[in-house]
Design a binder for this molecule. Structure first.
Ligand code: GLU
Length: 417
């Protein structure tokens, strides 16, 4: 059967947007080639002693895409589909994301092909340590700074920091997204979701739309989605559906949100929550609502379901949730696409604040973090919106243009070409 996700691999998908921007900007072919491909790709074997006594060898990657604007920066994901094409694509996306919000970092990504749902905490600790050891020679506070991503969290970062420290000495700035107790920043956990909400609020302000009262469906109730849902609910929206890997729940009148948070805290999954009907992850994407937030894995909106999406706005909390074919269909249908590299950049923005705090050995309070984040996200959104309006572009096209322009300029200034 034909894969509705299309024929391009994830890296080719990012290149499609990059090439469009480079073409419109008139970037010459040589520079384009330099900007397209990663600077360095590392593949490592990660042998882990499982609780059963068996030794299992996982495969891990760290891809450093572009470091012209600063140290390489990007998360590490644990997922069965974290292969080289996926990690390479996400590393490239980080290059464009950091440039777009103007933090002084390049782009990187890491991944280990594993299914963390089937692993114990002990196994994940051993996996993280071995992976960190095996990539540590290309990391550094001024070289490459990992962070959490899909299925990794502040605990994973604590293990990474510890494993790196065993080899090189105490260096809290080697990872971001650490627990606050170990030098993490206040507000880092909520930052991707908070940044997404700041974007949406700025969009509504610019087009003169009321956010309060809007209905919202969120796919993924993890580090990004749960915060988007919580903050939108606080802004007066009605969250009508949420889901996690096990499936979702729906109530067109709105979910009792406080009680839902307690339900998830106790039982981990959203399924079985009172006063709601079960929905699958696929069904959730097609529910009637004002704002759809894909905030879990990539490629969930594809050419087969894009014609059936009934939301007016798609707020891309996840990285690459929409295939280029689906993006074209949704644009054509007048659905407003608020793109990932802008929407979820709050995570790396507060990572930058965390890194800066670590280097200065000084801590900001949460209010300051959130206020600085609001300034960065609002300004980035305005720049994208202005460019899109000026040149009749989609927001994603405008975002890529601004990023490619900045990274191209940095490469030129360094004198590579
Ligand atoms: N994994 C997050 C992202 O995709 C955060 C990266 C970081 O903070 O370095 O943007």
């Amino acid at each position: 059967m034909e894969d509705p996700r299309g024929e391009l691999n994830p890296f080719q998908e990012v290149c499609l947007y990059f090439d469009g921007a480079a073409e419109r900007l008139g970037v010459d072919d040589d520079l384009r080639e330099l900007l397209r491909w990663p600077w360095r790709e590392l593949r490592v074997e990660v042998p882990v002693r499982l609780d059963s006594g068996r030794l299992k060898v996982f495969v891990g990657y760290r891809v450093q895409h572009n470091g012209a604007r600063g140290p390489y920066k990007g998360g590490v994901r644990y997922h069965p589909e974290a292969d080289i094409d996926e990690v390479r694509a996400l590393a490239a996306l980080m290059t464009w994301k950091t440039a777009l919000v103007g933090v002084p970092f390049g782009g990187a990504k890491g991944g280990v092909q594993c299914d963390p749902d089937e692993m114990s905490q002990g196994e994940l600790n051993r996996l993280t340590r071995r992976y960190t050891q095996n990539i540590s020679h290309i990391l550094g506070v001024n070289r490459d700074i990992p962070a959490p991503d899909l299925n990794t969290n502040s605990q994973t970062m604590a293990w990474m920091m510890d494993a790196y420290g065993q080899l090189h000495g105490y260096e809290p700035g080697i990872v971001t997204g650490k627990p606050v107790e170990l030098g993490g920043s206040y507000g880092r956990e909520a930052a991707p979701g908070r940044g997404a909400v700041y974007c949406l609020q700025e969009y509504c302000r610019l087009v003169g739309q009321e956010l309060s009262g809007a209905t919202v469906a969120v796919q993924g109730f993890g580090q990004v989605g749960s915060w988007v849902a919580r903050l939108l609910e606080g802004a007066g929206c009605k969250v009508i559906a949420v889901s996690d890997v096990r499936g979702g729940i729906h109530n067109p009148k709105g979910l009792a949100f406080r009680a839902l948070l307690d339900h998830v805290r106790e039982g981990r999954w959203v399924a079985g929550f009172r006063d709601s009907e079960p929905v699958t992850n696929a069904e959730l994407l097609e529910l009637p609502c004002d704002i759809l937030v894909p905030a879990a894995v990539g490629h969930v909106l594809h050419k087969a379901n894009a014609p059936r999406v009934r939301a007016r706005i798609v707020l891309e909390g996840a990285n690459m949730p929409t295939t280029p074919e689906a993006d074209a269909i949704l644009n054509e249908r007048g659905v407003v696409m608020l793109p990932d590299l802008l929407v979820n950049a709050g995570g790396v923005t507060v990572s930058y604040f965390e890194w800066a705090q670590n280097i200065q050995e000084f801590r900001w309070d949460e209010e300051r973090v959130n206020e600085e984040l609001r300034k960065v996200m609002t300004r980035a959104f305005q720049e994208v919106y202005e460019r899109a309006r000026r040149d009749s572009l989609m927001l994603r096209e405008a975002a890529f243009e601004i990023s490619v322009e900045r990274v191209a300029r940095a490469v030129e200034l360094r004198g590579f070409v």
